[in-house]
Design a binder for this molecule. Sequence first.
Ligand code: LTN
Length: 331
Amino acid sequence: MGDIMKKTILTGLKPTGSLTLGNYIGSISQMVKMQDEYKSYLFVADMHAITVPNDREELHKNIKEFIALYLACGIDPTKNVIYLQSDVEYIPAISWLLECNTYYGELSRMIQFKEKSKKNANFSVGLLTYPVLMATDILAVDADYVPVGIDQKQHVELTRDIAIRFNNKYGDTFKIPEPLVTEVGTKIMDLVDPSKKMSKTEENPKGVIGLLDDISVARKKIMSATTDSEMCVKYDPENKPGISNLINIYASLTGETIIDVEEKFKNSNYGEFKRSIADVVCNFLEKIQERYNEIVDSEELEELLKNGASEVRELAKVKFEMMKKSIGLYR
Ligand code: LTN
């Protein structure tokens, strides 16, 4: 199918914390599957990362690390336009024009804003206007669909409202995007506390397998994962959350079904079961890390980001000029 026929999707990654096995199984692997079907834009939302207090060194390190890991996990640079948000100077320019067409009331009602502004009395104005910058990301490239988790759905709905309002006031300028609350991949839980999701910003590293973890460290984490006092490998998320989580990890990485996995380990004790999982996880990590190390500091990655930024800059420039004209900002 030619690119012309394809619908466009846009995915933004906030470069905070470090990517985990849970991110791979739950999200990155799904994106790898979708990249054939859509024209995809994939960018690092670094300007979104500074709406809350952040560490300069970590931010800088994460920018390339995230892109290189996505590529190592199978994101194909020939099928995705990959770029860094802050490389496209028209993005904040468009965002200002949209901010002036967005109500304070709308932004102050956003759930994420309400939650995050509660945590720190001295929150930035950027935390409030965050969704307008996100709307800009989406509207600048005329995205048809925006794959998001449920927490970001409200922001895409606001994006639609902003776009519709702008179109009504100034004439057809933006395509109206739709949130794509995707059939999420398996949700991987924390290894220490399997009642909560494996998180890229978790404080206790023992429950989390980082995609860049040392292989031996990852193995230890799997071997000491929380299980239960029974001795049978059976899928029962309610009563056996730890074991069920390990079954999910094994099944996701090998492509086997849950039933296959139960059958395979029905005579194994937990130690044997964990050793097999550790082998699968460590093989996977080794493969990813090998590719990661080849690309993270490569000229290839540099080129890719440069080309991605120029492609999106062209699109955003056209929108910006069009908006300025409609608004009356011209000589
Ligand atoms: N807010 C998103 C990151 C993000 C994004 C976007 C996602 C910024 N701009 C545009 C989709 C489309 C997050 O916190 N994950």
